[in-house]
Design a protein around this ligand. Structure first.
Ligand code: FAD
Length: 455
């Protein structure tokens, strides 16, 4: 009897334990269900949908090279899988386990109707598996990472199966083109030029990163330099396993510890949402529930939020980041921190609004990583700096030498000198085309501090 292979954020053939198990059991029917119902208000955002389209096309092609193919269905995952099982006579479903609360719900629902077998492999260590001496989950990154490292290296990544047994009849499939995953704005329909979604693109990205991985520690905080790996969307969609990334970077040699520590943050974030499924709406620390954010129904606040999304805040580093995000679906990590902090502390707008914007516009939008990082920056998280530590965007911009980055993304400022470009207003050379600051740094700082006083 055929078995179903349920793909979600694990769109690869290598080091794919659900695939290996399925291929060993009988004819395999690989299926992807576009489920916009189970996640409710967490359905996939626009930039992710663009990525998904191309990643699914690439996966289908790889499957076809092995005599298989990808069946596409749209609807509630458990219902669609049950229908497909009935049509094909399949009994068992193999899948990689996921940790978003809606995927855990879907897994429970599938398991009620079918024989669901879940496998690990999207994280270095299965989330939830590492606990403190007293058996409780870690809440703080540093001890978590120390404990995680004890379990490294991960198992040697298994190879792709030689062939994937096909059923004698293929069930019908939707056409990818009919799903309308490709957004029409801004110019995403033509694609974000720098990306190559899919397993092959992920491999290419790793190899090109390894050429400069030795400089990672020194360069990763410099937005003007391509110092980091840009693997995040590939990892999010599971086009490569973190185990493979780990092994490949060790083989390549050099000092990759800091880089691997960042992969550790990715694991950590899943452990957070496993403990706090509502981390996208609830503060990690309750005392911040009493914080009075500026009222999002007020048109002034809405206008300021819009200016932030469009990169029109008058703070060049923030604007460069927000425009990079809109144009490419990705933003440099240092700048994500600065831009997020600006929204939360300088504009005193609820972190949840910013998190939702990122959710829609990032190609690597990930429930665990996005909410954990937003709450970390906002100071509301279980592992976060005090809210009172307020980043000074202009100082950060100078310190991390963002002049060329600003020139690239804020062309109105391209002609300014390195000295003036971080704060054109203060240097007395703000071009007319560039907005005044939405709020002065010192006034914003005081407003933020008084908002948390007494909490
Ligand atoms: P590298 O520096 O090359 O790191 C390698 C990999 O480690 C990344 O691909 C990523 O998978 C992981 N990683 C690195 N930093 C972090 C981190 N702080 N938290 C979790 N994983 C990390 N990352 C996402 O993948 N999805 C998100 O939705 C997301 N939202 C963020 C929101 C904010 C406000 C901030 C400050 C950070 C967010 N990050 C998110 C984390 C980080 O910015 C990106 O993972 C990183 O910039 C991706 O670039 P890279 O692949 O070149 O990273």
């Amino acid at each position: 009897t055929p078995v179903l292979l349920w793909f979600r954020r694990d769109l690869r053939l290598s080091d794919q334990h659900a695939l290996l198990a399925a291929a060993g059991e009988g004819p395999v029917i690989p299926v992807y269900v576009l489920d916009d119902e189970t996640p409710k208000h967490r359905k996939m955002g626009g930039a992710s949908r663009w990525w998904l389209h191309h990643s699914l096309a690439s996966l289908d092609k790889s499957l076809r090279d092995k005599g298989s193919r990808l069946i596409l269905r749209r609807g509630k995952a458990n219902e669609e899988l049950a229908k497909l099982a009935e049509e094909t006579g399949a009994g068992r479903v193999h899948a990689i386990r996921h940790y978003e609360p809606w995927w855990r719900n879907a897994e429970r629902a599938v398991a009620k109707q079918l024989d669901l077998v879940c496998h690990d492999g999207n994280y270095l260590v299965p989330p939830g598996a590492i606990t403190t001496g007293s058996g409780t989950p870690y809440k703080i990154y540093t001890p978590f990472w120390r404990a995680l490292k004890e379990h490294m290296p991960p198992a040697d990544p298994a190879n792709r199966p030689h062939d994937i047994p096909a059923p004698s009849n293929w069930p019908k499939s939707d056409r990818l083109e009919d799903w309308g995953l490709l957004p029409t704005k801004p110019n995403w329909a033509t694609g974000f030029e720098d990306w190559q979604p899919g397993e092959e693109g992920a491999r290419n990205r790793i190899e090109s990163f390894l050429n400069h991985a030795a400089e990672y520690d020194a360069q990763r905080n410099l937005p003007s330099v391509e110092g980091s790996s840009r693997l995040s969307p590939h990892l999010h969609f599971g086009e490569v396993s973190p185990g493979y990334v780990w092994h490949r970077s060790w083989q390549a040699g050099g000092s990759v510890d800091v880089f691997l520590g960042e992969l550790g943050w990715r694991d950590y974030a899943q452990n957070v949402i496993l403990q706090y499924p509502e981390y996208g709406v609830k503060n990690g620390r309750d005392k911040y529930d009493a914080l009075e954010w500026r009222d999002f129904r007020s048109s002034t606040v809405r206008d300021e939020f819009d200016a932030w999304t469009k990169g029109q805040t008058g703070y060049p580093i923030v604007d460069a980041g927000m425009r990079q995000l809109w144009a490419t679906g990705w933003m440099h990590n240092r700048v994500r921190m600065i831009a997020a902090s600006f929204l939360v502390k300088h504009l005193l707008i609820d972190w949840r609004e910013g998190e939702r914007w990122f959710w829609d516009t990032l190609v690597d939008a990930d429930y665990g990583s996005n909410t954990t990082n937003w709450q970390w920056v906002a100071g509301t998280g279980i592992d976060a700096n005090m809210f009172q530590r307020i980043m000074a965007p202009l100082t950060q911009s100078e310190k991390f030498d963002a002049a060329d980055y600003i020139r690239e993304w804020v062309p109105e400022l391209a002609d300014l000198s390195d000295g003036a470009i971080h704060d054109p207003e203060a240097a007395g050379c703000r071009p007319k085309a560039y907005p005044e600051k939405l709020v002065a740094h010192r006034a914003a700082r005081e407003r933020a501090l008084s908002a948390v006083k007494g909490l």
